[in-house]
Design a protein around this ligand. Sequence first.
Ligand SMILES: Nc1ncnc2c1ncn2[C@@H]1O[C@H](COP(=O)(O)OP(=O)(O)O)[C@@H](O)[C@H]1O
Ligand SMILES: [Mg+2]
Length: 621
Amino acid sequence: MTTMTDEKVNPTPILSWNSLNYDVKAKHGVRRVLHDISGSVYPGELVAIMGSSGAGKTTLLNVLAGRVQGGRLYGNIEFNGVKRKPSSFKRLLAYVEQDDLMFAQLSVRETLNTSAQLRLSDKKYSEEEKNERVDSVLRQLRLTHVGDSRIGGGGERGVSGGERKRVSIGVELVTDPSILVLDEPSSGLDSSSAEMVVALTKQMSVERRLCTLMTIHQPSAEMVALFDKIIVLAQGRLVYMGLASQAVDYFASIGFPSTHPNPANFLIDLTTVDFSSDSAMQKSEEHVRLLAETFAKHRDSALLTAKGSFESGVKTDCSQRNVDITPEVAAIALFEPAPMSRWLSEFQILMRREWALSVRNHSLVYGMATEPMVMMLFLGFVFFQLKHDQASVQNRIGALFSLSISCTFAVIIPGMTVIMSARDVVLRERSAGTYRMSSYFFARALCIYPLVYIPYTVMYTGAYFIAHLQYEASKFFIGMANMYAILFASLGFSFAVSMLVKKIEAAHIVTPVTLATLMLFAGNMSHAGAITPVLRWIKYICMYYYAYSGFVQNEFGGLEFECDTSSTLCYRTGEEVIATYGLDEFPIWLCIVLNLVLGVGLYIAAYCLLRWKAKPRYLWI
Ligand SMILES: Nc1ncnc2c1ncn2[C@@H]1O[C@H](COP(=O)(O)OP(=O)(O)O)[C@@H](O)[C@H]1O
Ligand SMILES: [Mg+2]
């Protein structure tokens, strides 16, 4: 392989970077995580970033992928010879994260299908072509036999670790990326699965003329043999970048002959910092610095004499395709962002997926269906067949308040759990620009409704008749509408909390505390008209207040009660009860409307939080 032919075959590296420096905040000032790193990679190459733990492999990979957040980044990166544009680069880059973030309840084929449906443009690909692509990816990644198995994970049985990793890769490869990036694809896998993952990645790189970059901690000798190039980092410094086959010779030439049959082990031993004592640490840091400096010098001289032989592209058959394209033309062609699907079709695809996820989550479905039934029996039988004596006044009040409460906790907490459990996958898909957040948001919301509204309708009907609330069709349905309104607001609440709080544990603390506090303003524990003036406004943002007030007015309106001769305090009519509790501030219809308005407000807040607050802010050079 001579320099001249390489230059002709690959005029422009697909990705090149120059003097990358990255600083993060540390306890005492700033810490440099990457020191002056330069390099370039070409289509069709498989490049491994190696080094001991903490060497900066993931950081470098993220910087190159445009996925680094926080800190300060210096240097420049070019994609096809020109500055990268975030939106298009994002779609031409496939990023396979270290943790396989996928939905456990979907099958392998469904997972790939959804990705293909969402990420391949409707204009360019017909339904059939999309399916064909999924089939071919399944075949290429040797996944056809597990196509119909569930992904599993998180306590559910599913495909093996190696297969799961390959699905993660497949999700990215159903599109046509130019660069495939993998963070530790072999971690957690047995050696043969790990080798298979690397071997398949190599095959894909060659076949599709993909540039693949992966970080890898301790590859076997067989894997090293598959790599075209390696980048060796130590303490954030570049100690080697070049052909994998020449690495050992290079180190031997600078006075470090190989000590291990596996080049990877040798390189890691050579570059690991010894933290056992201060003096040992200083010594090994010095050693790393020396290696980095030596390499920099070596590269400079190699560049001067052989012009690029050290880093030039590996010749591949497919790399001929671009022969005559100047950097500018190639850049324009590649920078054209892949068109996304239309909003409606995105929404439909996501609806299908979210619905499958909802109904296949059996504990969720059973839980959300059983809980209202239990509530129905308790509500019905504790307040069994209410009469018209004075005791029934208190019982009615209790029944209606319990009904309002059960429409919040039991809906908000499971809802929140469902929404938040999907968070990581959604964020991954978002980083890849898979779909619009608005279509996801609507699909997710709509898929929760049936799970809540159906059981609650049954619960309400059952409790209504067992407890014998006023048997009047209009009252029955007005009460139902009132319940639907608070359920709507409750779901809005769970969306808002899910988007506001990052961790599910925190959400499980914030929510009950907030709800318990809001309960004080419902008009049951405190008189709605006599709350301390400074806090009185809270009742207007309290879904309990509207719901409870609506239920009480609906049920008590038109009721008459019997008075004992012995009792001094006696309610004669329902209206007296409503007035005593001060629950007639708004008419029933307005209570319903206000809860709907509150709900809409919460959804809007949730959407804004998702759209802007949870948006990742990647550093871009
Ligand atoms: N955002 C950050 N804030 C603080 N420290 C960071 C940050 N990113 C990376 N580091 C530090 O940089 C070093 C390299 O990290 P990383 O790239 O994850 O290493 P590797 O993947 O090689 O094991 C580690 O010591 C890590 O603690
Ligand atoms: Mg890492």
